[in-house]
Structure formats: C-alpha cells, structure tokens
Design a protein. Structure first.
Length: 371
C-alpha cells in the first residue's frame, strides 16, 4: 500500500462568539488545516490540525510544514507503518506537533478503514464508550456564558472550566462569584489561567480562588515557570494541572521529576499525535497523575481522533473539552457531528476515526489549497 497524494486545505472557520483566555483572544473566525491522504488502494484518511499563535504556532506554518517538509517523506511510502512514518517526519522537521498530529491521524484513519475497525481498537481497545464533557466559560461577557451554562445544565452537562487570567484578579473573583451565585454547587468547576499569572503573585491569587472549590487549577503561570508550578502544587489543596508546561513526553517526565503538577492536560496538537500522547499518559499514569483531554480550537475530525485516544486510555479520567463543533463553530466540516449528550462525548464507532467530512463545507471555508 502506498501514499499517492496529500491534499491540504487551510480553512478560515467562522465562530459564534468572542473567547478570551489567559494569553489571548479569538474573535469572528479561527484558522485550521484539514488534510486528506489518498492511497493507491482507494482508501483515504483525513486529519486536522489547529495551531494558536499565542500557544504553539500558526496555521499558515502548519500548512507550509506539511506541504513542503512532510509531503516528500510520505509520498510513495506505506501508510500502515505509522511509527516509521512518524519517525521520518520527526527527522525531516523539528517540532511542529500540530502538523504531525494531523498526518498521524490520517494514517490511523487509513489503517482503521483498511481493518474495518474503529481507531481505538488499533491502539489497545476500548476502556470507555463516553467521555465526561467540559465546556469552557471564556466569553468576556460573563452574563452571556451564565445563560449558556444554565441551558447546558438543563441538557445534562455538569463540568464548566472558567478561563481566568485575562482580566484583573478582582474581576476573575467577581466572575467566579457570579457563576456560583447563578449556577449553585451542582456543577464541577475547573479554573484555567492559560499562564495568566506572574509567579510572584500566583500563590496569593490562587488562595483566593480555592474557596470556590475548583476540581483543579490549570496552568496558572508561564509554561517555563516549573519551580513556581511545583511550589503551587505543594502549597495548595487544589490540584494543579499542567497544560502549556507539557507538550512532549520529555516535558511530562520533567513535570513528574520536579513534582510540578498533580494532573496533565493532553492535547494531540501539543504531543504531535496519538503515539506520543500515549507516552505522555504512560509517564503520568506511572507517577500517579491522572490526565485530561484538552484542545486548542480544533474541530470534529481532530476531536474524534482524540476521543479514540481517551477511549483507549483509562488514566485520561478527568473528561475532555471537545466543545468546538457543537458550541463555537457556526459550521464544522463533518456531514454529521459526533454526538455530545447528557454531559458526555460519545466515542465514534465507525471504521478509522469514524467521521465523514463534508468536502463542500471544506471548499466553502477554504482560503488556501495544496495538492
Ligand atoms: Mg489550558
């Protein structure tokens, strides 16, 4: 079996609301990359990458990285030998985890379709059919989010992650008070600073948010402030989750060694795909740290792939924030959305990633193509 063609689409996808979190804000639309890998046996695989310029990189760079640097090492090769293909990608191009995640998910999609099994069967089999669903409260208009959260509570959703650190500390406390006041205690509150606090002020500020009883506090300080992360994890009762501090397996190991977090957020866009996400999870699990399914701004293709990873990984036990397709995009690129119901994401059951792309929508949102 051979890879014959790689079709790349840079999309600009309209979104419903402004979102502010820690280091940055998105508004009106987000860019992402959707790719299709075609083989000589008529089986295609799809993949998706999303990069956030203040977090990891740019979508233009992802597009260029695959087009110019990964394409030559993939064309003509066997898509079924995924570890070999990914090692060649790593040797051809340093970093660029989002680009590699998109390529790897398309290869897994091909293998799953070939074997007629869902992706999670290829990586060890299924531990769970559904994943607890978390929605991020990130609208600078807190009252708009309270209304949305009320509606979501009525639909059975129970986990809300509040984005903090983009406004003054007093403003964050006011938003948290308003949430508890309007929504009560019947929800699981998590707090994510997206690196928004400076190390010198973090402990005092976080002591003030602990009374709101969050399940965890995510990435309060900049990614390289490992010593501060360790101090906070030791000083606070609330578990500290590393997000931006852990992209790679090596960073997961450092976090464990330095005791710099109690939980790790895993994103395929950070790790560079499922195989490396499994390594991050194995390191965390061995050290006794549970993991969580995070995202950047990717849509239904990438999130379905990540659902398979979580389905096959018992230690990724704290849920996922796979809300973009249903709650933020005006229109995703799938013919049918992966179901989110009663507070859970349902793991796809079809072969491969188990999604069908609507290529007309891809064309509509496309701003660049390479094939
Ligand atoms: Mg985060």
């Amino acid at each position: 079996m051979k890879i014959e063609k790689i079709e790349l689409n840079l999309l600009e996808s309209p979104i419903k609301m402004k979102r502010s979190q820690g280091v940055g804000t998105i508004q009106a639309s987000i860019k992402r990359v959707v790719l299709r890998i075609r083989t000589d046996q008529g089986i295609d695989g799809v993949g998706e990458a999303q990069a956030w310029e203040v977090f990891s990189g740019t979508n233009e760079n992802v597009f260029h990285a695959i087009d110019v640097f990964l394409r030559p090492v993939l064309i003509g090769r066997d898509p079924r030998d995924i570890p070999a293909r990914m090692q060649e990608c790593d040797r051809a191009l340093v970093a660029n985890p989002e680009a590699k995640a998109a390529v790897e998910m398309a290869l897994f999609d091909i293998c799953g379709k070939l074997a007629q099994v869902p992706l999670h069967v290829l990586i060890g089999g299924k531990f769970r059919d559904t994943i607890p669903f978390s929605f991020s409260i990130a609208n600078p208009d807190i009252h708009a989010d309270i209304e949305l959260a009320k509606q979501m509570l009525a639909e059975g959703h129970r986990i809300f992650k509040v984005k903090t650190g983009f406004a003054a500390p007093a403003e964050d406390l006011k938003r948290l008070s308003l949430l508890r006041e309007h929504l009560g205690d019947a929800f699981d509150l998590r707090i994510d600073y997206n690196q928004g606090l400076l190390p010198y002020e973090a402990l005092r500020q976080l002591r003030q948010v602990e009374p709101f009883n969050p399940t965890f506090i995510e990435q309060p300080v900049p990614r390289d402030a490992i010593a501060t992360m360790a101090q906070l994890a030791a000083a606070l009762d609330t578990p500290i989750m590393a997000d931006e501090s852990v992209f790679s397996p090596a960073e997961a190991l450092r976090t464990v060694q330095e005791r710099a977090a109690d939980i790790i957020s895993i994103k395929l866009m950070k790790s560079g795909g499922i195989l490396k996400a499994m390594k991050v999870n194995a390191i965390a699990e061995t050290a006794g740290l549970p993991c969580y399914g995070g995202t950047l701004w990717e849509g239904g293709i990438a999130l379905a792939a990540a659902s398979h990873f979580i389905a096959a990984s018992p230690n990724v036990s704290l849920g996922c924030e796979f809300y973009m397709p249903k709650y933020v995009f005006l229109e995703d690129v799938l013919a049918q959305m992966t179901p989110v119901a009663a507070g859970h994401v349902h793991v796809p059951t079809g072969p491969g990633i188990g999604v069908e792309v609507d290529w007309k929508i891809v064309e509509k949102q496309r701003i660049a193509f390479a094939g």
